[in-house]
Design a protein. Structure first.
Length: 81
């Protein structure tokens, strides 16, 4: 909490996955699920939430474990540019 109060912006570490799903009722529709899982920094996140302040997140996207093609992952990254 001291680090958050001193206007320092700590960074947490996570891993991300991109899953592309298709609903049963509409095979043409795609639902993109971009999930982040926190690996380290739980206390930093809690302190930032209590103080209502921002925190950084360094997340690595797992290409091998995502249910998405290379083209879909490229599309995801182009959306952030």
């Amino acid at each position: 909490m001291k680090r958050i109060d001193s206007n320092e912006t700590p960074t947490a570490l996570g891993i991300s996955f991109l899953d592309i799903k298709r609903p049963l009722h509409d095979k043409k529709e795609e639902v993109w699920i971009y999930s982040h899982f926190l690996l380290d920094g739980h206390h930093k996140m809690f302190a930032a939430a209590e103080a209502k302040k921002a925190i950084g997140l360094l997340a690595f996207l797992s290409l091998d474990e995502s249910f998405a093609s290379k083209e879909q992952i490229d599309t995801l990254f182009r959306a952030f540019i």
